[in-house]
Design a protein around this ligand. Structure first.
Ligand SMILES: NC(=O)c1ccc[n+]([C@@H]2O[C@H](COP(=O)([O-])OP(=O)(O)OC[C@H]3O[C@@H](n4cnc5c(N)ncnc54)[C@H](O)[C@@H]3O)[C@@H](O)[C@H]2O)c1
Length: 324
């Protein structure tokens, strides 16, 4: 009898498609779910699926997580044993002024998935949370025991609400729920609205790049394959209820990050400095001791190595992704 599948929501996105490939490679059955929304060009999402969409162990459902009836029906049809819930509207700044949309999709949509999971026999529910939940927490590095009650924008607020609801589902229904707080993920298939993509694309096209606070902000960039390792470890280790940082633990100033990309491309960036908006935290910096001790997580990819792979992917993009 075949194994029960792992359900990945947001399977056509940057992280979801990379996770699907890794799980298929190790022999898992994967059910993928996505609504291919136009937050960014859906053609990119279709292209992300090309590497594995015809794999025998992969099934795709094109549905919206906000349709609770369809969500329940997919759980009934496929009976997943584990869920990696990645579908969401991301992007801190874009969420400002869009609290209703982010609550609808990220919070209510996630609740529909939790409800469907508790009605079936899911033994691990992994939720993609975010480092932006730490807001302007002053004590560094960020530790999971911080209260995180002052998110700076609707996006982290919508994610915090799911971490809290996850606790309720664990408490009342015994659901194993792990929230993984991802820190600034980058690599091949990066969303076009993220800094690595924007900086690279603008240097290539000779366009001006806007940096906040003289580029002095720090971000804890984490390479995609390290994040995928962390998600797979969490899927394999149901933990009751846990919140776990997945970062690299080595924050880098944005201006230094831009310098590495300039060196890779062999061209200087045209930089314009402005002050940071109130939605932007000054620093992200993960304490990864919990991930190491509970999961055996061990990020391996340096920023230079990771950006080399990202740049190689950027150059090799095939239509419809190639726009240069
Ligand atoms: N990329 C990062 O740096 C980062 C950092 C922290 C957290 N996260 C979280 O990780 C997850 C994946 O991020 P990503 O960068 O791969 O983003 P992404 O936008 O590339 O992927 C998200 C996918 O979810 C799908 N989706 C969105 N709303 C949906 C809905 N209502 N129904 C069905 N599918 C829907 C989208 O079509 C998309 O394919 C998100 O939950 C995000 O909040 C990402």
């Amino acid at each position: 009898m075949p194994d029960k599948p792992i359900l990945i929501t947001g399977v056509s996105g940057f992280i979801g498609s990379t996770l699907a490939e890794a799980l298929l490679e190790r022999g898992d059955q994967v059910v993928g779910l996505d609504n291919f929304n136009d937050f960014y060009d859906p053609a990119r999402k279709r292209a992300n699926l090309e590497a594995f969409e015809n794999h025998d162990n992969f099934t795709l459902y094109e549905i919206d997580i906000c349709n609770s009836k369809e969500v329940k029906s997919i759980f009934q049809q496929t009976n997943p044993r584990k869920v990696a819930h990645l579908a969401a509207y991301a992007n801190v700044r874009y969420s400002v002024g869009r609290a209703e949309l982010y609550t609808q999709v990220n919070t209510l949509g996630s609740t529909y998935l939790l409800e469907a999971a508790r009605l079936s026999d899911v033994n691990a529910f992994i939720f993609a949370s975010t480092s932006s939940i730490y807001g302007d927490t002053q004590s560094l590095p960020f530790v999971e025991t911080s209260s995180c009650n002052t998110p700076l924008a609707p996006y982290p607020a919508s994610k915090k609400a799911v971490e809290v609801m996850g606790y309720t589902y664990h408490h009342l229904h015994g659901l194993n729920f792990t929230a993984l707080r991802f820190f600034n993920v980058y690599g091949p298939r990066n969303r076009p609205d993220t800094m690595p993509y924007i900086v690279t694309d603008r240097i290539v096209r000779d366009q001006t790049i806007t940096l906040f606070d003289e580029g002095k902000m720090k971000r804890d960039w984490t390479y995609i394959s390290d994040i995928i390792d962390g998600i797979v470890l969490a899927l394999d280790h149901p933990t009751g209820y846990e919140i776990i940082n997945l970062g690299r633990g080595e924050p880098v100033q944005v201006c230094d990050f831009v310098k590495i990309i300039e060196q890779l491309i062999g061209r200087s960036a045209d930089l314009k400095m402005i002050s940071a908006p109130p939605s932007e935290p000054d620093t992200t910096f993960a304490d990864i001791n919990k991930a190491k001790s509970l999961l055996g997580y061990n990020p391996r990819t340096s920023l230079t190595e990771g950006l080399e792979s990202f740049w190689a992917w950027y150059r090799d993009q095939t239509p419809p992704q190639k726009k240069i």
